[in-house]
Each structure stands twice: as C-alpha cells, then as structure tokens.
Design a protein around this ligand. Sequence first.
Ligand code: FAD
Length: 437
Amino acid sequence: MHARRQLEREELGEEKLVILGSGWAAHAMLKVIDASKFRVTVVSPVNHFAFTPMLPSAATGTVEYRSMTESVSRSNPYVEYVEASARAVDAEEGKVSLDDGTSIEYDKLVCAVGVRVNDAVRGAEHCFRLKQVEDAVALRRAISRNFEKAARTGDNRLVTYVVVGGGPTGVELAGELCDFIKDVGRRFKKLAPKVVLVHAGAQLLQQFENPQRVEALRALQAQGVDVRLGVKVSEVRDGEMVVDDNILPFGIAIWCAGTMAQPFMETFLRGLPSEAKAGRGFVAVDDWLRVRGTQDIFALGDCARLERFYPQTAQVAAQQGAFLARHLNRGYDGSTPPRLPHSSPNWEQFWVSVVRRASEAPTFDFLDLGMLAYLGGGAALSQLRFGDLPLGAYSGSAAYLLWKSVYLVKQVATRNRVLVTFDWFKTALFGRDITRL
Ligand code: FAD
C-alpha cells in the first residue's frame, strides 16, 4: 500500500486513473490503490471524505466536523486533488470536462459521485438537508441561532424541529435532536422545544426487522418525539409545511426523505452506450463494476446499479471501492470477463492465479455485516450479520455501546478515533456547545 514506502514523483505509475468523488467508494479506493501503478487524480467539489453516519451527531454538536473527516491528501499523499465538479465525459477522447472550464484526460475513469437528497417537493428549499459536512454546519448554526432568538422572543415555533423521513438518517437525527434539547434546553428553561418526525411509510426504519421498527417508534415517542406515520408532505413554505392538508409550523425543517441521481449523471449517461442506462439517472455496471458497454469506465457506490440489488449504504460503497482498487492493482485487463495479464510480473498476481485456479477476475460480492441506528437517550438498534448468517438483533443501551464501539473502530484513521473519543468525553462532561462561529 502507498504508505508503506515513500514513492518519488517519477516512480508513480504512468496509467492515468481519474476518480470522480471523495466519498465512501472513492475513499476506499484511495486507501488501497497502488500509486506505483497508477497516476491518480481525484476530482471532487470537497477536498475531504466525511464519515456520513456521524452527520446527525455533527449537526447537533455531539462531535465536531473535523473529527469525522479526512482530507484527500491525508487519505493518500500520492494522488493529485482537483477541487471541481465533473460536468461531462467524452468517452471517445477519454476526457472529463470540469465546471472550472478545464478538462482532464484519463486512461481509466471511476465515477463515484453518489446521490443527492430527493427534495422534489414544492418549497423544499425552505428545508435543511443532511448529506454532507456543509449541511451539518449550516444546520448546527441554525439550531443555535434559533435557540438564542427563541429565548429572547419566547417564540417556541423557532425551536420546533420537523424531520421529514423515517429512514436511518431521519430517525438518528430525531434522536440526536432529543439529546441536544435535553442538554441545551437546561440552559433555556422557559422554552418548550419539540421534535416532530413525519414519515410517509407505515413504520420507521424499513431496512430493519419488524420488532426493531416497533422499538424505534417506542424509543422516540418515549423521548417526546411527535412521530406521524403514513402522512405526506405536499408543500413547504417559510416556517410551515402542508402535511396531508394540515399545516405544520416549524422553526427548522430537515428533509431526509429519499435520494435521487446527481445532476452530473444526465450528461455522463448521454455519452455512454444505451446498455449503461439503468433508469432514473443511475449507471448500469457489470459484476466487475465496469460501466456496461465500456471497458475503461467504472462506477461505484450509490450512483451505480448492479444486476443484483444492493442497498445504498456506506458498507456497499466502501467494499466496492476496495474491490476495484485491488482488481486494478492486480493488473486485470478490460476484456470480458477481466483476465490477468499474460505474463505474471509479480508474486501477488502469481498467488492470486494459483489460489483462484484461474486467471479470471473474481466478481464483486457484498459481505453484509448488518446495520446500526442511534435512537437518542443512550439507546440504539443493532442488527448484526455475517453475510447470510444473522448474528442477532439488539436494542437499548447494549446496542448503544455496540453502536459506539463500531463507529469508533470504523473511523478511517487513528486521528479520527482519538478526536471522536475526545468529543464524546467533552460532550458528556461539559455538554454541547452552541457557540455560533
Ligand atoms: P458519497 O459518499 O455521497 O460521495 C460522493 C462524492 O462525490 C462526494 O465527495 C461528492 O462531493 C462528490 N461529487 C458529487 N458530484 C460530483 C461531481 N459532479 N464531480 C465530482 N465529484 C462529485 N450508510 C451506512 O452504511 N451506514 C450508515 O449508518 C449510514 N448513515 C448515513 C447517514 C447520513 C446522514 C447519510 C447522508 C448517509 C448515510 N449512509 C449510511 C449512506 C452512505 O453515506 C452512502 O451510501 C455513501 O456515502 C455512498 O458512498 P458514495 O461514495 O457512493 O457517495
């Protein structure tokens, strides 16, 4: 791996590998890719990776943003980073056009641009989102601004939080908001802050098994969350939203209901063969994550669709990133199915071919390790698995300890583990900080 030995610039590989995005899939690639084989360029509007499961904690001040991020240069010091968004791809010429007016040539291209929040409802611009660090920063600022303002004016609407969407993001955010209110609310005794969770489905957390969905509802309601199931938001206005013909006033609304393809995907798909179009702006890839109908373009994570269904999770995206990097490091060519080079120039390739008793590249296979969700009040849900083998479902404080341990272990570097641990101690000892910077 790159960190094991210092590479000189002239020792970097010649083949130009361009990676679009710096999220879960791209980051996993950066950790594994061999810079002596590829000259890697990362194109992304943000210069860091963010540990997205902790965005609700970052938005409410339980952890700091910088504790759960890692800059591209820290992830892999041998890659070049370009701060821009991809606008279009010329697959014939092997070129990506960027929004800063420049373009970059590639020999191999990896599209890992993720998805965006599906806020296609009238007036959704009045809501906050929670998809990237920038969103958590904006939300945290607004939360503290509204608390101060409500304390001055006595207007409880300002401290009414409406979370739209009862998936993991919405549920975790509602739980974190309860913790925040319990903690900060002690300093603003005259206020009556409130959390409302609005969800179109009949149950929360569809991804979990039924007893856990029931437990999520019970835990949130026990903390005073007003959970409204089976209702739809038809319009959002400044300070209120229409929910099934009723008006729901809010101080802060956060839209966490569903995802859709990034705008870039439209132009990207336009230049690709028809078999690459998976519908609704997603790109179809084969079992080796190659965009269908191409040889040198790959797609990973939330923006890609394999024939077999995989959920849009960090787990899938990271495993795909590591898979593709290993696959490229081993020198598989672009034929179908991908094969090792004719000569086996190193021992790794030799053993891969011996162990697999074939020169054919293995296909991507997801190893499901289960799911976790924080519910607030020191309770969580955990559903553990090892592939197809269920390892038990837990809830309450035991699951919370597990949630904390897993999130700590899963941090991408020791630096993050230390910082997150420190943040947790700081919050437990001194409470959440509402200083607005
Ligand atoms: P992303 O991680 O979204 O990365 C996309 C990257 O592409 C970003 O760096 C973005 O800036 C960049 N980009 C966008 N457009 C362009 C462009 N035009 N050109 C170049 N770059 C571009 N999953 C779990 O497994 N467990 C969890 O507990 C969990 N919790 C979550 C909590 C929250 C609040 C959120 C938002 C998500 C959570 N997820 C969780 C889902 C997980 O974050 C996603 O599945 C994962 O991020 C997908 O990885 P990705 O690399 O495909 O996309």
